[in-house]
Design a protein around this ligand. Structure first.
Ligand SMILES: [Zn+2]
Ligand SMILES: [Zn+2]
Length: 111
């Protein structure tokens, strides 16, 4: 049985590069941890490489990193999509990401 694709999977496919260092991203990080009231939503996602995700204090002192991560995320989303998750509901942003991925795929098939 095929696993249902989550919003996190979708985000990682659309942003396959670490939004901090530009390396290959391995995982999606919640900027505000779920355990601290963060939402499982596009607005709270950032894709990170294995190395950046293990940066000291990223999880324990998340509030110290919050502004930096949100800023990087904002500019990365703007660069890749021309839009940011700030302005969208999760459903609408998911639609935008799917559209972006479909366009990317079509672009690759042209070459
Ligand atoms: Zn990184
Ligand atoms: Zn994390």
């Amino acid at each position: 049985m095929k696993r249902k694709q989550t919003n996190m999977d979708l985000y990682l496919r659309a942003f396959p590069k670490c939004q901090l260092c530009g390396d290959f991203a391995a995982e999606v990080h919640h900027i505000v941890p779920i355990s601290k009231g963060g939402k499982d939503s596009f607005k709270n996602y950032i894709s990170l490489c294995h190395h950046c995700h293990r940066r000291k204090g990223l999880h324990s002192k998340w509030h110290e990193h919050q502004i930096e991560l949100l800023t990087k995320k904002f500019y990365n989303e703007l660069e890749v999509l021309g839009e940011t998750s700030d302005e969208y509901s999760d459903e609408d942003f998911a639609r935008l990401l799917r559209q972006h991925l479909a366009e990317e795929k079509a672009e690759k098939q042209k070459i």
